[in-house]
Write a protein that binds this ligand. Structure first.
Ligand SMILES: NC(=O)c1ccc[n+]([C@@H]2O[C@H](COP(=O)([O-])OP(=O)(O)OC[C@H]3O[C@@H](n4cnc5c(N)ncnc54)[C@H](O)[C@@H]3O)[C@@H](O)[C@H]2O)c1
Length: 212
């Protein structure tokens, strides 16, 4: 039986790859045999510290905007490659804060737009063999999270960041746990893989039911 989670011979591009979810996704794809990763991050030096075994092409640029990156990727996937094949799979990163009215308006609205973009791009890409989905995580244990005032205050009160995240998850996440970026990386890997060949235009809300 074919291993549909095998990425050998494939190439992926990851934005924000130096930290948090991007780095976890790079490691996940590397562990699943990907041939090449094109990694984009403002922090280029950190890209070479990821310790990946596949071929890595780092870009230290500013990739401003999900829409522009999506349009670029779809244009390139829509053109036949060297073997004549075209198509591919794209996963955008949303957030449960695009579903709830609790975030600052710029962040919440931008993440709501990401979900809508995945739905529209999924429909537009289908005739070209391009699948587009989004994942909307709840709170993840990454540097963005540490920067939040609420987390810093709780960490000050309880002594450590881990204690703060555990306490916040107990109080507000029905499934009672904060999420590790590796867990979301696995969900992204699934959506990228052939196991998800029949899924496009979907928003996978992966938040231990925080958005309830
Ligand atoms: N951490 C959470 O709780 C959480 C929850 C839901 C969704 N998200 C989303 O997950 C995604 C990844 O966040 P993270 O938690 O891994 O954050 P992170 O801070 O750990 O990593 C973000 C990375 O993106 C890079 N970056 C930022 N702007 C860039 C730009 N314009 N061009 C190139 N690189 C850029 C940074 O240098 C950094 O390495 C974000 O879209 C975030 O909104 C995070």
């Amino acid at each position: 039986m074919a291993n549909e989670l095998d990425f050998s011979g494939k190439v992926a591009l990851i934005t924000g790859a130096a930290s948090g979810l991007g780095a976890a996704t790079a490691r996940w794809l590397d562990a699943h045999g990907i041939a090449e990763l094109v990694l984009v991050d403002l922090d280029r030096p950190a890209l070479s510290e990821l310790g990946l075994s596949c071929k890595v092409t780092p870009f230290g640029g500013n990739l401003g905007g999900t829409f522009l990156a999506l349009r670029c990727a779809m244009r390139s996937m829509g053109r036949p490659g060297s073997g004549g094949a075209r198509g591919g799979s794209i996963v955008l990163t949303g957030s449960v804060l695009g579903l709830r009215a609790t975030a600052p308006i710029d962040y919440g609205a931008s993440k709501a737009a990401v979900a809508n973009m995945a739905q529209i791009a999924g429909r537009e890409g289908a005739p070209h063999g391009i699948r587009v989905n989004a994942v909307s995580p709840g709170g993840m244990d990454t540097p963005i999270g540490y920067a939040m005032d609420m987390v810093r205050q709780e960490a000050g009160r309880l002594g450590t960041r881990t204690a703060a995240l555990e306490e916040m998850a107990r109080a507000s996440v029905p499934l009672g746990k904060f999420t590790a970026p590796d867990e979301i990386a696995g969900q992204i890997g699934f959506l990228l893989s052939d196991l998800a060949a029949l899924i496009t235009g979907t928003v996978l809300v992966s938040d231990r039911r925080y958005s309830i």
